[in-house]
Design a protein around this ligand. Structure first.
Ligand code: FAD
Length: 468
């Protein structure tokens, strides 16, 4: 029987990164992953196969189509006869996925990580370690890392199948649906709804919550809703879905909104109401792995489960269900196993929504800061006063900074605008070092760049923005 120092179950961002870091630290490492694409093993989990990467590839393709149609003329570029080739667009997206998933397989080889394709199951304790069924082969592992991720949450009234799809189906439509329904106005619903709207679908978004993006800062959510509505996304909040019926040609959704009953007809329906931990097939029950009331694997601050030498990381332990959070946990855990001081700063995890404009934030919203009784000051600066944004022809949005009124420490930074997914990085780095808005304000930012808006927003916390 093969023996490993570390065996990782799940090859998504949490699992594959943990495996690479464990191998770098000298552990004899294996990873067993069950994800299958086109009948073949495909490492990288949800993120690389059906999540972050393909959705961004489709967002980029659809944004190019939208910009060409609506913005090129302003730049003096006239395009005639533009048309869509959805099959080619999907092919390009699949090519990006192939490159990256193949890249993980290459990294496994480079780091001498043994890879098993199939289900991984905890069989029984073996001394201090474990016997694991790795895709039908029993192996011995001194330590097991559970990184089995999450799956889309289904709406009981609208089980997935046919015209009712989750994220992977929504990235595979072979034609643009004329009428598209999206249940759930969260990050995934907004991104996927945006893709198909830009390509020509008439998109209706049905959300149970009474307001828009309630996790974001109020000012950002307000601006985002205004801009997304202007693009033609039709939002309905506080809805209660009462019936979903599917036939050959589409789906009828009946819902109540402000006590009025409405039935809407869609060609396709995307259900994006969150994700649930994935623990099926792991043998959790049989070995007594403790889960919480929502099905997440219970861990302590060192990612230890209730079973000796079984650890868990990534979406399956809950918290922010984000690839970068999962990766950082992979690194931290591998380093802890090697006796180092692995650490994840959960207070400074960037959140990004890759719509157009993009939305990004880190740290506290103004409401959260006030609810905590903090004495704060805020600064805001618009992209409309930035030379580079004007040159781009995209002046939507602003940067808002929240700092402690006494100490000036950065508490939260919130952005909406073109390219803010890249601007949030510098802020996160400064916040990671416990920096202040003065640190941002005194840092030299290249001119002309969008990043000057971040600097100006920092200056604005002290009422000394220069270009407003
Ligand atoms: P997963 O990526 O889900 O990987 C788990 C792996 O374990 C899978 O390959 C699964 O097949 C395998 N597995 C499960 N059980 C077993 C078993 N018993 N044996 C063997 N293998 C098993 N996050 C971001 O940060 N940025 C984004 O832009 C972003 N966009 C997203 C867009 C969409 C449409 C979706 C759905 C998600 C997006 N996410 C994004 C979230 C991100 O994909 C997840 O947070 C991330 O994939 C979690 O990583 P993980 O390794 O914990 O789990």
């Amino acid at each position: 029987m093969d023996s490993f120092d570390v065996l990782v179950i799940g090859g998504g961002p949490a699992g594959y990164v943990a495996a690479i870091r464990a191998a770098q630290l000298g552990f004899k490492t294996a990873c067993v992953d069950a994800f299958e694409r086109n009948g073949k093993a495909s490492l990288g989990g949800t993120c690389l196969n059906v999540g972050c990467i393909p959705s961004k590839a489709m967002l980029d393709s659809s944004e190019k189509f939208e910009v060409m149609q609506h913005d090129f003329a302003e730049h003096g570029i006239n395009v005639q006869g533009a048309s869509l080739d959805i099959a080619k667009m999907l092919g390009r997206k699949n090519g990006v996925v192939d490159k990256l998933t193949g890249g993980v397989a290459y990294l496994f080889k480079k780091n001498k990580i043994t890879s098993f394709f199939g289900l991984g199951r905890l069989v029984r304790a073996d001394g201090d370690g474990w016997i694991v069924d790795a895709a039908g082969t029993e192996v011995r592992a001194a330590r097991v890392i559970v990184a089995t991720g999450s799956s889309p949450r289904a709406l009981p009234l609208a089980p997935f199948g046919g015209h009712i799809v989750e994220n992977s189906g929504a990235l595979e439509f072979t034609a643009v649906p004329e009428k598209l329904g999206v249940i759930g106005a969260g990050v995934i619903g907004l991104e996927l709804g945006s893709v198909w709207r830009r390509l020509g679908a008439d998109v209706t978004v049905l959300e149970a919550m009474p307001g828009f993006l309630m996790a974001a800062d109020d000012a950002i959510a307000k601006e985002g809703l205004k801009l997304f509505k202007k693009q033609g996304l039709d939002f309905h909040f506080g809805v209660n879905i009462t019936a979903v019926e599917q036939d050959d040609s589409g789906v009828s959704v009946t819902y109540t909104e402000q006590d009025k009953e409405v039935t809407a007809r869609f060609d396709k329906l995307i259900v994006s109401i969150g994700r649930v931990p994935h623990t099926q097939g792991l043998g959790a029950d049989a070995v007594g792995l403790a889960l919480d009331e929502r099905g997440f694997v219970k861990v302590d601050h060192h990612y230890r489960t209730n079973l000796q030498n079984v650890y868990a990381i990534g979406d399956v332990i809950g918290g922010a269900m984000l690839a970068h959070k999962a990766e950082e946990e992979g690194v931290a855990l591998a380093e802890m196993l090697a006796g180092q001081a692995g650490h994840v700063n959960y207070d400074v995890i960037p959140w990004v929504i890759y719509t157009s404009p993009e939305i990004a934030w880190a740290g506290l919203t103004e409401k959260q800061a006030k609810d905590r009784g903090l004495n704060i000051k805020t600064g805001q600066f618009p992209f409309s006063a930035n030379g580079r944004a004007l040159g781009h022809g995209d002046t939507r949005g602003f940067v808002k900074i929240i700092a402690d009124a006494q100490t000036d420490k950065l508490l939260g930074v919130h952005m909406i605008g073109g390219g803010v997914s890249e601007l949030i990085g510098e802020v996160v780095a400064i916040m990671e070092f416990g920096g202040s808005s003065e640190d941002l304000a005194r840092t030299v930012h290249a001119h002309p760049t969008l990043s000057e808006v971040v600097k100006e927003a920092a200056l604005a916390t002290d009422k000394r923005a220069l270009h407003m």
